[in-house]
Ligand binder design. Structure first.
Ligand code: NDP
Length: 236
């Protein structure tokens, strides 16, 4: 059993982030979530934060540190899509997605690393997507942001690896959340045909992998991309 840690999950009020936060609670950790709206699951501390705003991220960490101690495990989960075919995609559509998914993760990880370096311990988990390396028509912005997280985790590994800090990427495939609910039924059926497992996953199936990566058993795993996609993206 891994010792109790202080964990922060961004975007922990719904979807995959909520399931990740609930799994860490179930495993006995001290868990905080950031949310722009709503609340994290039972047993978590909810703090308001928008990952596109460094001051807001900093204030959230300060509040969590005061309540639960330094953050030892950080899960950069908050993310958005603005799907659009390339010729119709505005620069704003591109930048908003990068600002939330990629620069947002940078803001969160940078702030978390201060305490981790001091403690000589840390677990960084970046929630990417199968689309980061597989690509997706209409997702030039999203795919670029999610691929960027792979380079980020690998650079973090090289920079912080000797200080007891690991940085890994979890790349979910199609997971049953608000994000995939928005897809037209026909598109959902097409995707299911392409997934060897023949189904979408539940958020819990991602959550358990993230919790395992943050635990003692995964201490020697860093810079890895762990797919949770039913075989859709083989070849990562
Ligand atoms: P949801 O749309 O259900 O939830 C997104 C979460 O991100 C919400 O908590 C939302 O907060 C938060 N968020 C969005 N923008 C910001 C922001 N600027 N600042 C702070 N929080 C923000 O998404 P999922 O649970 O489906 O996805 C979670 C992660 O998993 C994302 O990074 C997504 O890209 C990734 N993913 C999802 C897949 C899927 O099939 N669902 C597949 C692969 C990857 P609020 O409620 O306040 O808007």
């Amino acid at each position: 059993m891994t010792q109790p840690r202080t964990v922060l999950v961004t975007g922990g009020n719904r979807g995959i982030g909520r399931a990740i936060a609930a799994e860490f609670v179930r495993q006995g950790h001290r868990v905080a979530v950031t949310a722009r709206s709503g609340e994290g699951p039972e047993g978590t501390l909810t703090v308001r934060a928008d990952v596109t705003d460094a001051a807001s991220v900093d204030a959230a960490f300060t509040a969590i540190e005061a309540e639960l101690g330094p953050v030892e495990v950080v899960v950069a989960n908050a993310g958005i899509t603005r799907d659009m075919l390339l010729l119709r995609m505005s620069e704003d559509d591109f930048e908003q997605v990068i600002d939330t998914n990629l620069t947002g993760a940078f803001r969160v990880v940078k702030r978390a690393s201060k305490g981790m370096l001091r403690a000589k311990f840390g677990r960084i988990v970046l929630i990417s997507s199968v689309v980061g390396l597989y690509g997706g028509a209409g997702q030039v912005n999203y795919s670029a942001s999610k691929a960027g997280l792979v380079g980020m985790a690998r650079s973090l590994t090289r920079e912080l690896g000797s200080r007891g800090i690991t940085a890994n990427v979890v790349a979910p495939g199609f997971i049953e959340t608000d994000m995939t609910d928005e897809l037209p039924a026909e598109q959902q059926a097409d995707y299911k045909k392409a997934i060897p497992a023949g189904r979408f996953a539940t958020p819990d199936e991602v959550a358990r992998v993230v919790a395992w990566l943050a635990g003692d058993d995964a201490a020697y795993i860093s810079g890895a991309v762990i797919p949770v996609d039913g075989g859709l993206g083989m070849g990562h």
